[in-house]
Design a binder for this molecule. Sequence first.
Ligand SMILES: Nc1ncnc2c1ncn2[C@@H]1O[C@H](COP(=O)(O)OP(=O)(O)O)[C@@H](O)[C@H]1O
Ligand SMILES: [Mg+2]
Length: 252
Amino acid sequence: MRKTLFSATGLVKQFHELRATDNVDIDVKPNEVHALIGPNGAGKSTLVNLLSGLLPVDAGRIVLDGRDITSLSAHQRVRAGLSRCFQVTNLFKQSSTLDNLRLAIQAHEGNNFRLFGKRDAEQALTTQAIALGARVGLVGDAVLQAPAGSLPHGAQRQLDIALALAARPKVLLLDEPMAGMGPDESARTVELIRKLRQDMAVLLIEHDMDAVFQLADRISVLVYGKVLATGTVEQIRSNPRVQEVYLGTETA
Ligand SMILES: Nc1ncnc2c1ncn2[C@@H]1O[C@H](COP(=O)(O)OP(=O)(O)O)[C@@H](O)[C@H]1O
Ligand SMILES: [Mg+2]
């Protein structure tokens, strides 16, 4: 068994009467894509909010690369190596794609540019921004110079992923990256996630089961805030309880 890179144990989140996260254990290994699936309202986004530090936990412990990050702020968790993308994108829509990339790099690596003179620093930042865009498939002047808000939906999601990558995460949390995408955009995103996993681990929340089955090393199924099962694609597909509550006859 490979060692664990990221883990949550005994996570609980209570919203008044509702236990949205009910004693959840989940772990992610290096270079693994661990998919989290479950019906609407199962508590997937709440779990990502707990993991990323957007919401405080009521109980439980979150550990990244041997470090307890449970009490760190969202910002501190990003610094520690945990980045997330947002279901609703998080871009400066009036600014160009390139400027969004430049700002993200500057936010995380501003200090590194102090060694350069001003003009060289600008040039180095732009070079890195272009490379970061290329990493997620955003290439060419037309795309880089366009206001981010004018890009097609799929390209905005790609940019959102690039902004998360600027922090050089060890673990990337993706909450429904294919939501609202057409088949071509989804296929490209599958390829992108496959490429990213060479450099990091990914916790992927996704409704598109084709994408999940193509990408996931392991799948966890969340139902009413609880993990119903964790296993390989085959184990999850053939698990009768999973079929009953979630997959139905779709995969039979
Ligand atoms: N801030 C909140 N306050 C109260 N209830 C919430 C809040 N956020 C989510 N919930 C409830 O928690 C449950 C899980 O929601 P969510 O995590 O968004 O599920 P999913 O992402 O799996 O669709 C739902 O019943 C939802 O209505
Ligand atoms: Mg959700």
